[in-house]
Design a protein around this ligand. Structure first.
Ligand SMILES: *[C@@H]1O[C@H](CO)[C@@H](O)[C@H](O)[C@H]1NC(C)=O
Ligand SMILES: *[C@@H]1O[C@H](CO)[C@@H](O)[C@H](O)[C@H]1NC(C)=O
Length: 400
């Protein structure tokens, strides 16, 4: 090399010497970085199935993917469809990293949406409301678990060719993930109530400031559960202000004007569009998070899942007229009204994210003795699960 020097001292003006030192420095930096990257990659391969495998032998990657560092075989979950537009069911990534990021207690699973993995997958998840669910997968081996995933009430399911489950596939499923409490994995429509560590403040409420009685926000004007008929009947006996598409006032869900309802109104109608077993939506949570009394209308056994004395259930009254007269009593009784909020001292609500059901699925797949079959999933989901005739019965008895 031209800048090789005999005496090892660098001095001003000896550029060769400085270049040599600089080059040596560069080489060392490059070596350190490459070794670091190599180990980082090894680590990723081990813990994260989603690592870009374009440059590595696919066979080995598959083995690496399915072995965690501790030697437990990763369970492979194939998402046959997305969940509406969510391709990851709340997990945000394919591979194992979604389970780790979400801090699943058991995270030795790997997520994919590659349908070619059907032959090896331990579980195959079908969201039975996705337009791309068909053709439904065919079971590849007896151990494979087919998962039925759904969060819509039965009247909104299987209603046309695209969304029906063909006869041949009705007996395919082994595990259910829905809002129904008799599912194998439950994601309650209503979130969860958690006991406070320390008593919280009960909101102070002045009824005098609330000049209006009942508020209802709605955008579906005609529903399977016929809530619109009930509320129409109710409004003959007590004032009901109707916002949204089917009403005469402008404020739809999500508008900031919603937030002010508990300044003006005493009661908030949280009516589901269908009266079906355990079916309840975020309207109830919304009401509970405000300081307003929810009037609930739906098929949930509210007594079991809501805080005591936190709501008024339409089904507890023989007719809309009786409900109205009860509401009027409460509306002028400050003490009685405030009692609806005493639960806030001891409980708070938490949302149950979709991802947490995927954590539970991962856990279940590690249970070696899990074995279940649903002989007819459509029947399980629809038979005796709705009571949408509730209102017609009142009609026939002359109570509406
Ligand atoms: C509600 O909004 C629509 C369209 O923006 C408007 O035509 C209508 O007059 C509004 N109604 C009320 C009560 O403000
Ligand atoms: C899943 O269901 C199928 C079809 O009913 C059944 O043959 C299979 O044994 C079940 N597998 C498990 C693990 O439950």
């Amino acid at each position: 090399m031209r800048w090789y020097k005999e005496d090892s001292v660098c001095y001003k003006g000896n550029y060769g010497c400085c270049r040599l030192r600089f080059n040596l420095f560069l080489v060392i930096v490059i070596i350190v970085i490459s070794v670091g990257r190599f180990y980082h990659r090894r680590r990723l391969e081990n813990i994260d199935g989603s690592y870009d495998k374009s440059q590595i032998n696919v066979e080995t990657i598959d083995v690496v993917n399915r072995e965690s560092r501790s030697g437990i075989r990763l369970k492979e979950i194939l998402l046959w469809t997305s969940f509406y537009k969510d391709r990851y069911y709340g997990l945000s990534k394919y591979g194992r990293s979604g389970f780790i990021e979400r801090k699943c207690p058991i995270n030795t699973c790997t997520l994919t949406n590659d349908r070619r993995k059907l032959t090896t997958a331990d579980a195959v998840v079908v969201h039975a409301r996705n337009p791309d669910m068909k053709p439904l997968p065919k079971r590849q081996n007896q151990k494979q678990i087919f998962v039925f995933f759904l969060h819509e009430a039965p009247p909104a399911c299987f209603w046309n060719d695209r969304y029906t489950i063909p006869d041949d596939d009705k007996s395919s499923f082994n595990l259910t993930i829905t809002y129904r409490y008799d599912s194998d994995i439950v994601r309650p429509g209503i979130g969860k109530l958690v006991k406070n560590d320390f008593p919280a403040n009960i909101p102070t409420i002045s009824l005098k400031e609330r000049t209006r009685s009942v508020v209802w926000v709605t955008s579906h004007c005609s529903t399977p559960g016929k809530r619109e008929l009930y509320i129409q009947a109710l409004s003959r006996y007590i004032d009901v202000d109707i916002y949204g598409k089917c009403g005469y006032l402008n404020c739809s869900y999500g508008d900031p004007c919603n937030k002010a309802f508990d300044k003006k109104y005493k009661f908030f109608i949280a009516a589901e569009n269908a009266v079906c077993k355990d079916y309840v939506t975020e309207k109830v949570n919304k009401a509970l998070s405000m300081n307003i009394v929810p009037i609930v209308y739906g098929g949930l056994n509210y007594k079991r899942y809501m805080p005591p004395n936190s709501y008024v259930d339409v089904m507890d009254f023989a007719s809309p007229r009786e409900l109205a007269s009860y509401l009027k009593q409460v509306a002028v009784d400050e003490w009685k009204y405030r009692e609806f909020f005493t639960w806030k001292a001891s409980y708070h609500q938490v949302n149950v994210p979709i991802a947490s059901t995927m954590c539970k699925l991962c856990e279940k797949l590690h249970n070696p003795i899990y074995h279940k079959l649903y002989p007819d999933i459509v029947q399980w989901w629809t038979e005796n699960s709705c009571n949408n005739a509730f209102i017609t019965n009142l009609f026939f008895r002359g109570l509406v």
